[in-house]
Design a protein. Structure first.
Length: 257
């Protein structure tokens, strides 16, 4: 009788372990599949993710190799690339209607801000997300897709050590430079009974990134325009006019904030 009880107990333990492993595997692959499937439909750009690992016991996890491409018409290959992002959530909330994420920490992302002073790659992606989340006129199918899935609450969201690759197309030609981006810290996202969707979370984070990227671009390009103005002294009006257009474009970035 004892041997039978021991065998049953061992069998139950093995079954529990297999179930936990199966849930872990399908949860990780499900998150990856969701990001790579629904993300491009809402943002209208290519989105890839190398891997997701999430512990059901501790609630800690990592996302590796996130790639966000650029909208059609932009020359640079990507808008955002993230090597590693860590997160911590309440495991029990996975079974509720709203997942509670204690923290998300995005470490040293590579962000590209490509602009011609009329638009930018980040603004274009943001406009696509605003359409999908109902911030502008949109189709019912887009809204339904954006609102699908569990609601989220993110208590702390940090982007640190980011590098901004700035690319500008003007009448003077192309300009590129790389500058550090200030840390972006957001808190209490989706706090309350309703929470927020993954699309709304993405939009909020991208709004913060675009704002800081534009400010960094203004700072970097103001020095470029001053130097260009000095170089064009004594040159034909066409050259000084081109520099003036750059300066006005820089000022336009300020007005949009």
């Amino acid at each position: 009788m004892k041997k039978l009880a021991v065998r049953i107990l061992i069998g139950l333990l093995v079954l529990i372990i297999l179930v936990v492993l199966a849930i872990h595997f399908f949860l990780d692959s499900g998150i990856k599949r969701g990001i790579e499937t629904f993300g491009p439909r809402l943002a209208k750009v290519e989105i890839k993710l190398d891997s997701v690992s999430l512990s059901l016991l501790s609630g800690s996890g990592k996302l590796k190799g996130l790639f966000v491409g650029n909208p059609e018409g932009f020359k640079t290959p990507s808008a955002i690339q993230v090597g590693t992002a860590s997160l911590a959530l309440q495991p029990g909330s996975l079974l509720s209607s709203k997942v509670i994420i204690q923290s998300i920490n995005v470490q040293a992302p590579e962000i590209t801000y490509e602009t011609d002073f009329k638009s930018s790659n980040l603004k274009r992606i943001l406009a696509n997300l605003e359409t999908a989340t109902g911030s502008t006129d949109n189709t019912p199918a887009q809204t339904k897709e954006a609102n699908a899935g569990k609601k989220l609450q993110v208590n702390d969201f940090l982007i640190s050590g980011a590098k901004l690759h700035l690319g500008v197309t003007t009448a003077l030609g192309g300009t590129s430079t790389t500058v550090p981006l200030v840390d972006i810290h957001l808190s209490d996202l989706g706090k309350g009974p309703d929470g927020i969707t993954a699309a709304e979370l993405t939009k909020t984070v991208l709004q913060a990134i675009e704002k800081e990227a534009a400010a960094a671009a203004v700072h970097a390009l103001s020095d470029v325009s001053k130097g260009a103005t000095d170089l064009t002294k004594g040159l034909p009006n066409s050259a000084t006019g081109a520099v003036d257009s750059v300066t006005k474009g820089i000022g336009g970035l300020f007005k949009k904030k």
